[in-house]
Design a protein around this ligand. Structure first.
Ligand SMILES: Cc1cc2nc3c(=O)[nH]c(=O)nc-3n(C[C@H](O)[C@H](O)[C@H](O)COP(=O)(O)OP(=O)(O)OC[C@H]3O[C@@H](n4cnc5c(N)ncnc54)[C@H](O)[C@@H]3O)c2cc1C
Length: 313
């Protein structure tokens, strides 16, 4: 199993420096990230929407310890949301936000606690999304941020009840979180989880993670909320469809979500069968952490990656 060693290796500054010399146009980066600019993101979103898919856009970045950078991220989202509205895309495109990109990881000495900064910044993005006619979903990061993320979510939902949450099935706590969030009006994205987590908090084996995913799906599909089934796993897709059937859910009362560049034919097949399918579309220059998580999920891509690194293409 290469997943954990790869995620651990990625924390080395030397590895980061080496990998970050790749241009965003290089094959491996481009297969997961369509570009760096708002224009590139909007162009990619337009293409997907024209094919009958929906989109959630992520301005890449995480673990920001610099106040100015957190503010720049908020501005990038506000600009993006303005563009989505101007191009008539807002009905089909929303945004995904990582709280550590907008202040949650700031040193406490800087302008109040990271929590408050992240909350205010998230509020600004929610306001821009509301004005544009769309929504925000808060991404889930490593388990040390889960309580803070769900607390920000609760606060945001007082003014912006349409704000979506992400829960990671690999965390032991998640079944309880699903129960709490399976209420009417609640949008919950269920994913397996992409971080390197200790066994005290997370299931480690694929089988345990998959069975936890199914238990969580059952709770969300039986609940009153809007489940967002984020997986590329054919078995999970099939189980989600039969659970939706069992609970008398019509297509459109839940949705499937997949990452940009992963199983694109399946995304189109599901959409053609009448399902709502949303593609998670990351863009921007801070693609390192995102790319490493994708490689760790799919070590077969390592050869492709190493070839890109050697040729710098
Ligand atoms: C829309 C969306 C949003 C997400 N948001 C978050 C989040 O906020 N927080 C978080 O921790 N995680 C997030 N994830 C990632 C998620 O937690 C998993 O790490 C990831 O989706 C892989 O799990 P899987 O369910 O696809 O199943 P897996 O069992 O990992 O994969 C099933 C199949 O999918 C294909 N596949 C999976 N990964 C890749 C890849 N990288 N490249 C090529 N093919 C691949 C393969 O065919 C594989 O056999 C998100 C995933 C999606 C789809």
């Amino acid at each position: 199993m290469l997943r954990q060693p790869l995620l651990a290796l990625s924390r080395s500054a030397a590895v980061r420096e080496l990998v970050s010399t790749l241009p965003v146009s290089s094959g491996i980066v481009r297969s997961y990230v369509p570009g760096e600019t708002t224009e590139a993101a909007v162009a990619a979103a337009t293409g997907l929407v024209d094919e009958g898919l929906r989109v959630t856009l992520d301005f890449l970045g995480e673990d920001t310890t610099d106040h100015a950078q957190a503010e720049a991220t908020v501005r990038a989202y506000v600009e993006l949301l303005g563009q989505l509205s101007a191009r008539g895309l807002a009905r089909h495109a929303e945004v995904s936000v990582k709280l550590t990109a907008i202040g949650l990881a700031l040193p406490t000495a800087e302008q109040g606690t990271g929590f408050q900064v992240a909350l205010e910044n998230a509020r600004a993005i929610c306001r821009a999304a509301r004005n544009a006619g769309t929504t925000v979903t808060l991404d889930a990061e490593d388990h040390t941020t889960t309580d803070a993320t769900l607390a920000v979510l609760r606060d945001l939902r007082k003014d912006f009840p349409e704000t979506g949450a992400v829960l990671q099935a690999y965390l032991h706590r998640t079944e309880a979180d699903c129960r709490e969030l399976a209420h009417e009006g609640s949008r919950v994205r269920l994913c397996k989880g992409a971080y390197d987590e200790p066994e005290e908090v997370a299931y480690q084996s694929r089988l345990d993670v998959d069975t936890a995913y199914v238990r969580c799906l059952k709770i969300l599909m039986a609940g009153q909320g809007y489940p967002m089934v984020a997986t590329h796993d054919p078995r999970m897709v099939e189980i989600a469809s039969s659970l939706a059937n069992r609970h008398g859910r019509e297509q459109g009362t839940y949705e499937f979500q997949m990452l940009y560049g992963i199983r694109p034919e399946e995304q189109r097949r599901l959409a053609a069968s009448g399902e709502t399918v949303r593609v998670y579309l990351p863009y921007g220059g801070e693609w390192y952490g995102y790319l490493v998580r994708r490689l760790a999920e799919r070590p077969q891509n390592l050869t492709f990656f190493l070839r890109s690194l050697i040729s710098k293409k």
